[in-house]
Design a protein. Structure first.
Length: 707
């Protein structure tokens, strides 16, 4: 069974991803179509009959919000939708994974599952496979269409926390997939360079498959385009920043000024989804040239084909993963003028300057000069011939990277639990560790010089019960959480270590699944899980969600968002003992120990597996920090960035230069203005209204249960 996960599908939606999927389906055999499933995300419901009228035998399974399972058939507990405050696409990836697990059972083994790189939808599915929990017979592939992280680097847009989290989600989905499908070798290399994927882990997983190029209408049959002063100049891409419509307008405007004899039209055969950006592009046209530019966003496919096939079609895009539009234009008869610095048009691709296209340097002046040369020399340029390669789903018959199977004896695990005046929460943590049933489990309790009488008495009692697999270490003086954990690491005898925060209870199966994941794949060094708060006195494993509070979802290798908030690891951290001893906790840091450890681990190249379901629960009865007050987010970030550096070219800067406060300092001697005070009040009111609405929804849901 072959599965394509997609956010678009031609002809039902616009977009390049949907066109690639459609072309693959259109060139598939009848037998292949019967073994093809589409999982659609964010697309309005499309009836199977409508899809099968175009692609006979293909089945469509849409991902709808009401299909998300907080508790699945196996009893696994997942974070609710509102918990995914990093990026909504994280939630969508878990939702897709749940549907794929169901299809894997109902339809038989899903031999090939292909995701787009955009939105990181493969994230949760790759984690399930890497952990050895599902999809062991499947080959999970990510096709390089153009990730949001790469597009953001080529666009002038504001970047918020959600965009940074999405960058990390997309990167990890590519890093952990069995197969990466590059549509051109040069683009695949550009992606590897952008995300800094090591060649040793990238090249063995890379396969190149250029999508089929199909024309909606027959191409011209009268040979190369003959250029005249009436030949239109066309921009046929979407009006989007990285497509560089601004370069097109400025370059063509310069050409019109320099060539008064040119009488042709300048045509935008393009649609725009951003009216504000569209208006800014139109404003670039000089007033005396506005009549020369024509914007046609709703032309029929036949009208588009008729204009493009007899035009100079310009593609100034800074980046493309393939650019179907350029291939379609050339094959229909247009002369294509391409940005040679775009990796999709570089030497080594099917495009050759002077043979099947003309290239320029990507600048407005370069475009102007190229147009002047074209209309002066009037070259006869041939048409591009796309490269044909073997499809990735037919290259291998096995399920991808399942090769690291664990063999030999059961490894040993040491659980380290720190304690400081928290006797009540320590009891629950220890009880759940003892109940997990892992055969080779050592438990070390590190008491950081507790002075509370009840806590001291409890530690004394535990010390009397010590065995070879249960030990108590007492610090002579308070040294902080980081020092206590380092004490435990130094004494650990296990092959793996589970570091548990005070008051955290882990599920009975977490140690076993974490061991299995790391035993299967030596490329990974940590396993982490979402952590949910629960009320005192509640059993978090009872299935009653009413008492469960905030859930912290993690990405693991969160290099971008990790500069601003901890999405690396927290709550319950499972890792290789040797790695944790090498990294160690920084004892000079009172806060935030896990955040700092996670950042240093990822910077050092250590990889982290993440469970999508919840295996850690934190009791929120009392404070666990030993600070006079809760630190602000800025203080946490400042502490975490201390003593770290980053480099830009020849310049090395302290990491604190990247914090928002560094860019917008507040003068202490200047009272807040009336405007800033008003904005502060407005923000407070807006936050209060959001919380009020959330409370109302929660109360309404609870009331419905009693009706």
């Amino acid at each position: 069974m072959r599965v394509f996960v997609t956010t678009e599908l031609h002809p039902f939606t616009a977009g390049g991803i949907g066109r690639v999927v459609a072309n693959i389906l259109a060139t598939s055999s009848a037998a292949e179509l019967k073994e093809t499933v589409l999982v659609t995300v964010g697309i309005k419901a499309i009836e199977n009959t409508r899809v099968q009228a175009i692609y006979p035998g293909v089945r469509v399974f849409p991902v709808f919000a009401d299909g998300y399972r907080v508790i699945d058939d196996a009893g696994s507990l997942y974070p609710p939708e509102e918990a995914f405050d990093d990026t909504p696409w994280h939630w969508q990836s878990v939702h897709v994974m749940q549907l794929l697990k169901r299809l894997d059972v109902e339809l038989g083994p899903l031999h090939y599952i292909e995701f787009p790189d955009w939105a990181g939808l493969a994230f949760a599915t790759t984690q399930e496979k890497r952990l050895g929990r599902a999809f062991l017979a499947s080959q999970i592939a990510v096709r390089l269409h153009s990730s949001d992280g790469i597009l953001a680097a080529y666009e002038r847009r504001g970047i918020d926390a959600h965009a940074l989290a999405l960058h990390d989600l997309e990167r990890k989905a590519m890093a952990d997939a069995d197969l990466v499908v590059g549509q051109l070798p040069s683009v695949a290399q550009a992606v590897a360079d952008f995300y800094q994927f090591p060649e040793t882990s990238w090249t063995p997983r890379l396969t190149v498959h250029s999508p089929p190029v199909l024309l909606d209408h027959p191409a011209r049959e009268d040979g190369p385009l003959e250029i005249s002063n009436e030949t239109p100049i066309v921009f046929s891409s979407k009006i989007q920043d990285f497509k560089r419509p601004d370069v097109f307008i400025r370059g063509v405007s310069g050409f019109l000024r320099s060539n008064p004899g040119y009488q042709g039209s300048v045509v935008f055969l393009a649609h725009s989804f951003d009216e504000r950006y569209f208006s800014s592009i139109q404003a670039l046209i000089p007033p005396d040239q506005k009549s020369r530019f024509r914007f046609t966003s709703f032309a029929s496919s036949s009208e588009r084909a008729a204009v493009i096939s007899r035009s100079v079609c310009v593609f100034p895009s800074a980046y493309e993963s393939f650019c179907l539009a350029a291939y379609e234009a050339s094959m229909s008869g247009a002369l294509c003028l391409l940005n040679r610095h775009n990796p999709a048009f570089e030497p080594g691709t099917p495009w050759e300057h002077g043979k099947n296209c003309i290239t320029f340097d990507g600048s407005p002046n370069g475009l102007c000069e190229a147009l002047m040369s074209i209309f002066e020399s009037r070259p006869l340029v041939g048409r591009v011939v796309p490269t044909q390669t073997e499809a990735p789903w037919s290259q291998r018959t096995q399920g991808g990277s399942d090769a690291h199977s664990s063999t030999g004896s059961v490894p040993s695990v040491t659980a380290i639990v720190t304690h400081f005046n928290e006797e009540s929460t320590l009891r629950g943590t220890l009880q759940h560790l003892l109940d997990c049933g892992f055969p080779k489990l050592e438990i070390i309790v590190v008491d950081d010089a507790s002075y509370d009488p009840v806590s001291k008495a409890y530690i004394e009692k535990l010390a009397e019960c010590q065995t070879a697999s249960f030990r108590v270490i007492r610090s002579p003086a308070p040294g902080g959480l980081a020092r206590a954990r380092n004490f435990g690491l130094a004494q650990a005898n296990g092959d793996y270590v589970l570091v548990v925060e005070p008051g955290v209870r882990i599920s009975p199966e977490f140690i076993g699944l974490a061991v299995k994941g790391l035993q299967r794949d030596p490329d990974f060094d940590f396993v982490v899980t979402p952590c949910t708060d629960f009320r005192p006195g509640q059993d978090p494993f009872s299935g009653d969600r009413d008492g469960l509070r905030r859930t912290r979802v993690l990405i693991g290798e969160a290099g971008a968002i990790g500069l601003h908030e901890n999405r690396y690891l927290q709550g319950a951290i499972f890792g290789r003992t040797a790695v944790l001893r090498t990294l160690r906790y920084r004892e000079e840091m009172d806060i935030p120990e896990d955040w700092d450890l996670g950042m240093r681990a990822v910077v050092a190249g250590h990889r982290i597996l993440v469970t999508s379901d919840i295996h850690a629960f934190r009791e929120v009865a009392g404070k666990t920090r030993r600070t006079p007050r809760e630190p602000s987010t800025q203080e946490l970030r400042a502490a975490m960035l201390r003593d770290k550096r980053f480099r830009i070219g020849a310049i090395q800067l302290p990491m604190y230069a990247m914090t928002p406060a560094a860019a917008a300092p507040v003068r202490q001697d200047t009272p807040p203005s009336e405007s800033s005070s008003r904005h502060s009040i407005e923000r407070f009111v807006a936050r209060w209204k959001r919380r009020r609405n959330k409370w109302k929804r929660s109360i309404q849901k609870r009331l419905q249960r009693f009706r």
